[in-house]
Design a protein around this ligand. Structure first.
Ligand code: CAA
Length: 291
């Protein structure tokens, strides 16, 4: 069994906004980490985003120039999936597409040499058991679900697939703690714990607007000032900048858990109007997308 330490070789596959945040957080915590994405543009975006985050920390005097250089020196990016061959830990963070994830896990299983390696998925809602079934080592597959913005949010949801071993769950919890996060453990159920809470709020917020009970702005103010949330649900959806994806996830949760997770028509229309083919479509406020 592997031992959790900062010497582990950590490889992240898929470096969009969350994947890039995972790379940044591992590097900040002292791990040497590779980020792999077949799309070179994602690598450029990740480099810019990490550099800009570290500059902000430098300006706030939370890190020194030398520490910034050290963090950056721990990160390597590439487009070749072969970079994961020597991994002790792989975290997959590609789009929420079950077929794509299953194909990727099959490839990861073939590529990663260490028989002890942990193979983890950052899926926010899909079945970890189904993803694990694409490998010949489902007991070493678990969910390791991070939250946006990854360097700031303290939670990691550890998801136990049907065949995930107790040792794997314990190792992933230790890994999260080593990263300065607090782990919680969820069974493999659509949306796990946090998206079940969060999407209940988000879907109810869209219904409040559909029923003319309150405006988008007032729902957000209500959530912030009445419930103590850092952002209102619509502000959060804009911040995540992925309404079509949220619609897919809530539909998946509605199929598995009940109609209470189904978004109302006006949100669907909004996504359709914006073509629904761009991840960045569908915004509630006329503000620039966050980087
Ligand atoms: N590394 C380390 N620390 C960092 C950092 C980094 N890269 N970036 C920022 N920080 C620190 C900042 O220095 C700051 O510290 P101080 O308070 O000591 O100065 C702190 O983190 C907060 O940073 P900001 O000032 O930039 O942020 P803020 O106070 O304006 O809060 C926010 C922004 C964290 C996004 C907050 O509004 C928030 O928590 N919003 C809700 C986010 C949320 O709900 N996320 C979950 C989304 S759902 C999801 O992700 C899962 C899914 O499945 C889709």
């Amino acid at each position: 069994m592997i031992q959790i330490s900062k010497e582990l070789r950590v490889r992240i596959v898929g470096i969009g906004k969350v994947g890039s945040g995972i790379v940044e957080t591992f590097a900040q915590c002292g791990f040497t980490v590779y980020g792999v994405d077949t799309d070179k543009k994602q690598i450029d975006n990740a480099l810019n985003s990490i550099d800009s985050d570290l500059k902000k920390l430098l300006e706030k005097e939370k890190i020194t120039d030398a520490e910034k250089d050290l963090i950056l020196s721990r990160i390597r990016f590439g487009t070749d999936l072969g970079l994961i061959r020597d991994a002790d830990v792989v975290v997959e963070a590609i789009l929420e597409d079950i077929q794509a994830k299953k194909e990727l896990f099959k490839t990861i299983d073939h590529l990663v040499v260490s028989k002890e390696a942990l193979i983890l998925t950052n899926t926010s809602s899909l079945s970890v058991t189904d993803i694990a079934a694409a490998t010949e080592r489902p007991e070493q597959v678990a969910g390791m679900h991070f939250f946006n913005p990854v360097p700031v949010m303290k939670l990691v949801e550890v998801v136990r697939g049907v065949l995930t071993s107790k040792e794997t769950v314990s190792l992933v919890k230790q890994l999260a703690i080593t990263m300065g996060k607090t782990p919680i453990v969820s069974a493999d159920s659509p949306g796990f714990i946090v998206n079940r809470l969060l999407n209940a709020l988000v879907v109810e917020a869209t219904r409040i607007v559909a029923e003319n009970v309150g405006s988008i702005e007032d729902v957000d103010i209500g959530a912030r000032l009445g419930c103590g949330h850092p952002m209102g649900p619509f502000e959060l959806l804009d911040y995540l900048n992925a309404l079509p994806l949220v619609l897919d996830v809530t539909d998946y949760m509605a199929d598995g858990l009940g109609e209470r997770f189904r978004m109302p028509a006006w949100v669907r229309e909004m996504v359709k109007k914006d073509n629904g083919d761009s991840i960045a479509c569908g915004r509630f406020y006329d503000r620039k997308p966050s980087s």
